[in-house]
Design a protein around this ligand. Sequence first.
Ligand code: PGA
Length: 248
Amino acid sequence: MRKLAAGNWKMNGLTSALAEAKLLATAYPNPACEILLCPPATLLAPMAAATNGSALAVGGQNCHQNASGAHTGDISAAMLKDAGATYVILGHSERRADHAETSALVKAKAHAALTAGLTPVVCIGETEAERDAGSTLQVIGAQLDASIPDGATAATLVVAYEPVWAIGTGRTPTIPQIAEVHAFLRARLTGLIGQTEAAGVRLLYGGSVKPSNAAEIFAVPHVDGALVGGASLKAADFGAIIDALSAS
Ligand code: PGA
């Protein structure tokens, strides 16, 4: 399995930020792990062009579930692919919260992504209230079951565990908490898609990953990479996380 360092720029970055992507592409001509940057849609095509021929992959942060049509303001998976994307983040908690995205919708979007030839990075995670209530595994299990596309394989699916309360807060779960969830997800995936495929699906941890905590998180069994928000905006910070993943 090739581990994956994925950066999610969210709604950050103007044309000048492409310099950070170019720095990364130059610094890692032959990386030990896979490196993915998901910029805002406006930067997708220019980032793909600026890093063309490098080892850096680019991806979208969302797509519409339909291939085309009267959906003002939306972008289809085929359009992301056309702009140079090979991945798309789906079901991020900010989209589930801000745009009322359900797991059923995330699954429909994941099917659209697969049809267009994109690899979906399906995000799941519990809220702080759900963790406090002791229902973390129940919540993420239900999200996983309902969000992943039919026919998913190790080669066509990435899952990101992102506790909602850890995103952008500087707080992270304890190492045993991350270990518990990732082992649970591997077992749950085994039930859904079979042992051979489940063993190869990259399970990312996301939520306040930074250079100072990356190594201990990457040492956790079944953590196959990270989905990184704030710390992916600067090549130096993201590079330190890539280095930690490469060394793990
Ligand atoms: P963060 O965001 O690294 O800024 O906490 C992670 C994410 O939302 O993917």
